[in-house]
Design a protein around this ligand. Structure first.
Ligand code: PMV
Length: 333
């Protein structure tokens, strides 16, 4: 096989309704449905080159050669592509984030979405976006949603995500209030497993999460901001409550996180509609309608606990920056 190269970019997505826990760890299938907003900022750009002359895969992330688990997760995705395509060439992978990696800012979502698209394309596979989403999902379930622009859902036990509404559907903003710099102490895969194994609240979470998903999906379709915000806050609080009840407890929320959560509630009571959500990290993502976003951003930026605010609008799905376009549907999804 002659060297085959593709470059793809993907944006982070933030779950408005959270995925937390796997129904099948080996296949990486989510136990609960999730609903996300793909952002216009926070981009990963990934180049994949398959080269029959290479002895081993070579992976660079933000200019540093990867090793250990980070490297193994990338190689596992490349192996799946090689198995579908039935060839054995190793790859050179370079990936660049324009935001901090593994800091609770959904870098695995944009990272594996861009990697799946670039790797499939460089291998000459003709896959639908859903099938590429399925490829990304096996590495990181949240990544399955970043293939799609705007609002996307990943149903429980599902192989791949689907678009709920495109980015132009609703002029919302997600204000990312960064409360700490640096890498998070615990990865989400491990934290989910501990929650499933030892939290007495995990079963309640799995039972209740689909109800919130249904409510939020309808709220997105009908553009009901307060309903979406209320289900979004309950989803993140239920997810974190299930983690607080593990042994040992998993606490991603810091003093800074709590301060921003309270500030959001105060702003709301003062007539500025906004709602929070928090992932597996200390940062707070604040949902607002575009017309109120600047005022809310100003208030958040005034807080001593907030290092900076990254304003994001609904963004597009993953796309190829070079190589062939995806047309066919070679994998079932
Ligand atoms: O797919 P992972 O392993 O990056 O887990 C994502 C978990 C959350 O970000 C906390 C929730 C979500 O649905 O994105």
């Amino acid at each position: 096989m002659t060297p085959a190269i593709a470059v793809a970019s993907a944006h982070s997505n933030i779950a408005l309704i959270k995925y937390w826990g796997k129904s099948d760890s080996a296949r990486n299938l989510p136990a609960v449905p999730s609903l996300s907003l793909t952002l216009d900022g926070m981009t990963t750009t990934t180049r994949v080159e398959f080269d029959a002359e290479l002895a081993a895969d070579h992976v660079e992330l933000d200019g540093a050669v990867t090793a250990g688990r980070e490297q193994a997760r990338v190689v596992a995705l490349l192996d799946r592509v090689r198995a579908i395509r039935a060839f054995d060439s190793r790859a050179r992978v370079t990936s660049q984030n324009d935001f901090p990696t593994a800091a609770g800012l959904a870098s695995s979502a944009s990272g594996f979405a861009a990697l799946a698209l670039a790797a499939a394309s460089a291998a000459g596979l003709s896959l639908s976006l859903e099938a590429v989403s399925g490829l990304a999902r096996q590495s990181s379930a949240s990544a399955a949603r970043s293939l799609f622009g705007g609002f996307a859902s990943l149903p429980a036990d599902s192989e791949c995500a689907h678009q709920v509404a495109p980015e132009g559907h609703w002029d919302l903003r997600l204000l990312v209030a960064v409360t700490e710099e640096g890498r998070k102490p615990l990865g989400s895969t491990e934290a989910m497993e501990v929650t499933k194994q030892s939290s007495p609240y995990y079963a309640a979470w799995v039972t209740h999460a689909p109800l919130l998903f249904q409510e939020a999906e309808r709220a997105v379709r009908e553009r009901q901001f307060d309903t979406l915000g209320a289900s979004m806050e309950q989803s993140t609080l239920m997810m974190h409550a299930s983690m607080w009840a593990t042994r040992p407890a998993i606490l991603f929320l810091t003093e800074g996180t709590l301060a921003v959560m309270h500030r959001v509630r105060t702003l709301r009571s003062q007539g500025l509609p906004c709602y929070f959500t928090i992932d597996a990290g200390p940062h707070v993502k604040v949902l607002a309608e575009a017309k109120h976003a600047e005022a809310i951003q100003r208030e958040l930026a005034l807080m001593s606990q907030v290092k900076r605010v990254i304003p994001c609008a609904p963004g597009p799905g993953a796309r190829l920056l070079s190589n062939t376009l995806l047309t066919g549907k070679a994998l079932p999804c």
